[in-house]
Design a protein around this ligand. Structure first.
Ligand SMILES: NC(=O)c1ccc[n+]([C@@H]2O[C@H](COP(=O)([O-])OP(=O)(O)OC[C@H]3O[C@@H](n4cnc5c(N)ncnc54)[C@H](O)[C@@H]3O)[C@@H](O)[C@H]2O)c1
Ligand SMILES: [Fe+2]
Length: 384
């Protein structure tokens, strides 16, 4: 056993209507000027109205920048930062999914450091913590509210790049399931599968440890029992609560362990073909798991049990097969595409995908079964 550690957000407030705590959080940071970073979908869903009104009623001046695009590119983040630096804020609030939260985390760090986004993408260190941050997730997916990561798309390289630094860890989180009841079914499905992928990958990862084991198994149980209900009956608050908690535990898993080959193979699908992060992970998950199961059957049995599958009397190999079958079934029920055909990705694209994925050694190195370029090619080939 080697040393392991868990970095976490400073304070997490959770439960229905916990958004009401936003004034207390602002007061704790002595904030009289607050910047909210969000996106158009979240803004149109009316999710910024309540926190903004609460803050203003408490005498706080609020600026809203809600132009974050889904899965933002470098240039788009730079534009948001240019608007953010016009004034001095004591608190940066990210309200939305991973896209808005990742941008809020980066902007907060850029506001307090003499470094550019391009330099950060080239692995420049972040010297100081940024302006204090509060994250309010409205999807149950990335877990970005508790990770030290922000993901940016670099269009010229057709790749998504992760900036990873403890300085990106948010100071505070509000986890209010009422904010996710209006999340459309397709996004509920894809973001929820992203969260499930985090938990499963971090459990199997070579960086797995007692912290990630506990968090991952709980995340898997919560998500497996509630994702279908959240998909079919968006207003089910208990299901939304399970999903938000599960996604956050998945994010904590990322902070202490690491995702593996599913995320590595998903990166070029997002970077070049602009397939949504959750969708690419969901499509890849059962195929990569089939590859990973060889030699790791006992861990697959643990996950199958956490998913509520009746595998106690099966051999480890049979339990692993049952777990993989259930992932295919989950994708079918959630109407996730079974392959990449609708994006017109063909054999001609195969080498670009393989080269793109092989570059993501940060994650591939943690895969429980070594994955060569030949293996990567074989997995993508099954999806064409
Ligand atoms: N930082 C991390 O640790 C981490 C981990 C995994 C993924 N990511 C990144 O996060 C991004 C994806 O985030 P995401 O999957 O949460 O999607 P997203 O933030 O791009 O949001 C998807 C869509 O959902 C809409 N939306 C969000 N909440 C809503 C609500 N409650 N009601 C109605 N519409 C709503 C948004 O407007 C948007 O159009 C990617 O860039 C991915 O690479 C980051
Ligand atoms: Fe992810």
């Amino acid at each position: 056993m080697t040393t392991y550690s868990l970095l976490n957000a400073g304070r997490i407030v959770a439960g229905p209507d916990s958004i009401e705590s936003i004034t207390g959080v602002a007061a704790d940071f002595g904030a009289s000027k607050v910047l909210i970073i969000s996106d158009q979908g979240v803004s149109r869903a009316g999710l910024i109205d309540r926190p903004k009104a609460l803050l203003e009623a408490a005498g706080v001046t609020v600026t809203v920048l809600d132009e974050t695009p889904p899965e933002p590119e470098v240039g788009q983040v730079e534009v948001i930062f240019a608007a953010a630096r016009q004034q001095q804020y004591q608190l940066v609030v990210g309200i939305g999914g991973g896209s808005a939260m990742d941008v809020a985390k980066i902007v907060a760090v850029l506001l307090n450091n003499d470094v550019s986004l391009r330099e950060l993408l080239d692995k420049a260190p972040i010297a100081r913590r940024g302006t204090p941050t509060l994250m309010v997730p409205t999807t149950a997916g990335t877990g970005s509210e508790v990770t030290p990561n922000s993901i940016v798309l670099v269009p010229e390289d057709e790749l998504k790049v992760g900036i990873v630094s403890p300085m990106l860890m948010p100071d505070c989180v509000i986890l209010d399931p009422k904010l996710s009841v209006g999340l459309p079914p397709a996004i509920t499905a894809s973001t929820g599968m992203d969260a499930l992928t985090h938990a499963i990958e971090c459990y199997m990862s070579k960086k797995g440890n007692p912290f990630s084991e506990m968090l991952a198994l709980k995340a898997i149980t919560l998500i497996a029992r509630s994702i279908r209900r959240a998909f079919t009956t968006g207003g089910d608050l208990d299901a939304r609560h399970d999903m938000l908690l599960g996604a956050m535990y998945g994010g904590m898993c990322i902070a202490t362990s690491s995702t593996t080959a599913v995320h590595a193979l998903a990166y070029p699908l997002g970077g070049k073909y602009r397939i949504a992060h959750g969708v690419s992970n969901a499509i890849l998950l059962p195929f990569v798991m089939r590859f990973n199961s060889v030699g790791n059957e006992e861990k697959f049995r643990d996950v199958a049990l956490a998913m509520g599958l009746d595998v106690a009397t099966l051999s480890a190999g049979q339990a692993a097969d049952a777990m993989i079958d259930s992932l295919f079934g989950l994708n079918r029920d959630l109407e996730i595409p079974a392959d990449l055909k609708r994006w017109n990705i063909t054999a001609a694209d195969l080498e670009t995908l393989v080269e793109g994925a092989a570059k993501v050694t940060r994650l591939l190195d943690n895969n429980p079964r070594p994955m060569s370029k030949t293996d990567i090619r074989a997995i993508y080939s099954q999806l064409l």
